[in-house]
Design a protein around this ligand. Structure first.
Ligand code: URA
Length: 205
């Protein structure tokens, strides 16, 4: 039955989108990445979390937020009282973009064109899921969801609306927290992130 599988009468579903995305050539990032990393979660998740792009670990696993940033996200969600399994977790860009440094693959920021082309998939996911709330984790997700540049520091912690009218909670990316070297500063930034995530709970009930 449609309500259970998340499949629409026309056959559109997250699973079908994921199958299509495996052949995506909308930008060049598919050429060097191992595989597409599509979103995952319940087909009618009330909350959608949107990151930037898969990292090294996600690229290998084929699943979003399973590396260090994902672990930190999990911890902060738990601290905020948000059950990740009730959320659909995805990224603005679905392929890992990197630069090679010897054997290491270092994260490279997706450019505006890559974000815009991949926003087609993100919009399709959101149209199917019809979430009550979307959470933009960082500037790339915010740009992809708003379709224009919006100041992250200005809107951070607030709930704005996407171009299609869905409430959008603006917050930072967990990788940003991992980059802060000063211990007190990192702790304060983490606490502020958890407080942002606490706003999600009322959309899950
Ligand atoms: N960072 C992201 O933005 N997304 C992931 O899936 C992993 C790390």
């Amino acid at each position: 039955p449609p309500a259970f599988t998340g499949e629409r009468a026309d056959g559109a579903s997250i699973a079908a989108l994921h199958r299509q995305a495996k052949h995506c050539t909308r930008c060049d990032l598919y050429k060097d990445a191992t595989q597409v990393v599509f979103g995952e979660g319940p087909p009618h998740a009330p909350v959608v979390l949107v990151g930037e792009q898969p990292g090294d670990r996600e690229d290998e696993a084929g699943r979003p937020f399973v590396g260090p940033a994902g672990r930190l996200l999990d911890e902060c969600l738990e601290q905020a009282g948000v059950d990740r399994t009730l959320c659909y977790v995805t990224n603005a860009v679905k392929h890992f973009k990197f630069e090679r440094r010897g054997k290491r693959r270092l994260h490279a920021r997706p450019n505006a064109g890559e974000i815009q082309r991949c926003a087609w998939w993100l919009a399709a996911e959101i149209e199917l899921l019809e979430p009550r709330l979307i959470v933009a984790l960082g500037a790339t997700a915010l740009y992809a969801l708003m379709g224009r540049s919006v100041g992250l520091t200005r809107e951070r912690g607030r709930i704005v609306k996407t171009a299609t009218g869905t409430p959008l909670l603006v917050t930072v990316h967990p990788s940003y927290l991992l980059r802060i070297r000063d211990r007190d500063e990192a702790q304060a930034a983490r606490q502020a992130f958890v407080e942002d995530l606490e706003r999600v709970t009322s959309f899950l009930g």
